[in-house]
Design a binder for this molecule. Structure first.
Ligand code: NAD
Ligand code: UPG
Length: 447
């Protein structure tokens, strides 16, 4: 089929490449000229496992093209996807200006039936606003063209985006138009061969499904961080508790890892946007408020542990930081827990030696050159001569260090394990003090 996609970010580019991989002819359009130029030359703007190969192959084989020309792109597709950003507004609600700009563009150029498919994460009622915006532009040029607007939220995770896109758990299709649903069914048939993955519903329910999924996952994480903070105080180990509750299939093992707080471009903004939607309808979403508050506090947790260990005096100390990206397998640092940590360390007068396998260029872009930040070529170099080591992101390469060697590499003998990767006994056997998240011992050591 012929597909047009507005936006070449995580969602647009991955969706475009995966749809091209299935034999569709895809044109991706973006307003960022430099990005489009680089994509045409096969330079992928983000680190996402497996993406390079499918973008390059499909581009070379003529099934995936890039442009900044909205009119040409709209002339191409039977389906027009909207996959542009919906960043938080000042008050936390979703900023729809990019989505509505695309809707206006569609209305200005449309000349035949198309299905406009919204993949961006948008508040309930946005499909109606997109429909009205396209219709208003058509009316302004006295054009009579039929079209449908479908809500088709995206659930991919960064770091596993291609895999998630090629093998979705479910495909939510929010539409009251049988004609549009039939078009989506045809497009998604190759992803839907062995199991029925399409869940068809009305537009509003589809829009809310996306927020509900993210809010549920964020709730699980904040819940576990809350339990971790209780475990720490009562001398229990949250890692044992996690395994103990995860074994119950009604709870499950997924998304119950305590840590340094959830980050990324989605959970923080989507929990907030859902709260705003609720309050604008006269409902105070108390649970969501708490999920956010617990997360905000958790993002200060590592600094709190470090500061307490050093008796509140960090001036002149050097802290090694392993992991800067908000999660492994990405170079994305949006809302990453590493950021409030770095900033608090600097504020307290500490210097940072950091290593991340992919996010160092992004760190440099965000913070520039500064005396109190040294980006190192590998994990061992980052640890060299530091007063403490903090693990913030659970990259595989950080999972099994040689603790004895690490003790000799570090100047100070202490590890702050923000992802509970290590066995505290193994760390302590090597002569290093260990602090984790909710591992009882954290408090015992500091007493
Ligand atoms: N990142 C994720 O993991 C993820 C997953 C699921 C859903 N989402 C949602 O999908 C949407 C897109 O997220 P993203 O992370 O891909 O965003 P992104 O910021 O990575 O990319 C958005 C792209 O849209 C482009 N753009 C803006 N206005 C445009 C216009 N008028 N025409 C063409 N291009 C335009 C920007 O230049 C940018 O390249 C958001 O609503 C987000 O919440 C994101
Ligand atoms: O048990 C867990 C699981 C995750 N996290 C943290 O939660 C954040 C988000 O992680 P993850 O969900 O894996 O990454 P995202 O790429 O942000 O994906 C989420 O946000 C996307 C955008 O809406 C959705 O499409 C995905 O389904 C949803 O998982 C990261 O900081 C993780 O470190 C934890 O602290 N504990």
């Amino acid at each position: 089929m012929k597909v047009t996609i507005f936006g070449t970010g995580y969602v647009g580019l991955v969706t475009g490449a995966c749809l091209a991989e299935m034999g569709n002819h895809v044109v991706c359009v973006d307003i960022d000229e430099a990005k489009v130029e680089r994509l045409k030359q096969g330079v992928i703007p983000i680190f996402e496992p497996g993406l390079d190969a499918i973008v390059r192959r499909n581009h070379a084989e003529g099934r995936l093209d890039f442009t900044t020309d909205a009119a040409t792109a709209i002339a191409h597709g039977e389906l027009i996807f909207i996959a542009v950003g919906t960043p938080p507004d000042e008050d936390g609600s979703a900023d729809l200006s990019y989505v509505l700009a695309v809707a206006r563009s569609v209305g200005q150029h449309l000349d035949r039936y198309v299905v406009v498919v919204n993949k961006s994460t948008v508040p309930v009622g946005t499909a109606d606003r997109v429909r009205e915006t396209v219709a208003a532009e058509l009316a302004a040029r006295k054009a009579s063209v039929e079209f449908d607007v479908v809500s088709n939220p995206e659930f991919l995770k960064e770091g596993a985006a291609v895999e998630d896109c090629l093998r979705p758990d479910r495909i939510i299709v929010g539409s009251s138009s049988p004609r549009a649903v039939a078009v989506l069914r045809r497009l998604y048939a190759p992803f839907n061969r062995n199991h029925e993955r399409l869940v068809v519903m009305d537009e509003r329910s589809a829009e809310l499904t996306k927020y509900a999924a993210n809010a549920m996952l964020a709730t699980k994480i904040s819940f576990m961080n809350e339990i971790a903070n209780i475990a720490e105080r009562v001398g229990a180990d949250v890692e044992l508790v996690r395994r103990g509750i995860g074994a119950d299939p009604r709870i499950g093992y997924h998304f119950i890892y305590p840590g340094a707080g959830y980050g990324g471009s989605c959970f923080p903004k989507d929990v907030q946007a859902l709260e705003r939607t609720a309050s604008s309808h006269g409902y105070q979403a108390q649970l969501l408020d708490a999920v956010e508050a617990v997360n905000r506090r958790q993002k200060g947790k590592l600094f709190e542990l470090i500061s307490r260990h050093f008796g509140g005096e960090l001036r002149g100390k050097t802290i090694a930081v392993w992991g800067l990206a908000f999660k492994p397998n990405t170079d994305d640092m949006r809302e990453a827990p590493s950021r409030p940590l770095l900033e608090a360390l600097w504020q307290a007068g500490a210097r940072v030696r950091a290593f991340d396998p992919e996010a160092q260029a992004e760190t440099r872009r965000l913070y520039g050159e500064r005396d109190d930040l040294l980006l190192c070529e590998d994990a061992t170099t980052a640890a060299q001569g530091a007063d403490a080591l903090v693990v913030v992101t659970e990259w595989k390469a950080f999972r099994s260090p040689d603790f004895v060697r690490l003790r000799d590499t570090l100047a100070g003998a202490v590890i702050f394990d923000g992802r509970n990767l290590y066995d505290p006994a193994a760390v302590e056997e090597a002569g290093l003090a260990y602090y984790g998240i909710g591992r009882g011992r954290s408090l015992q050591v500091t007493r």
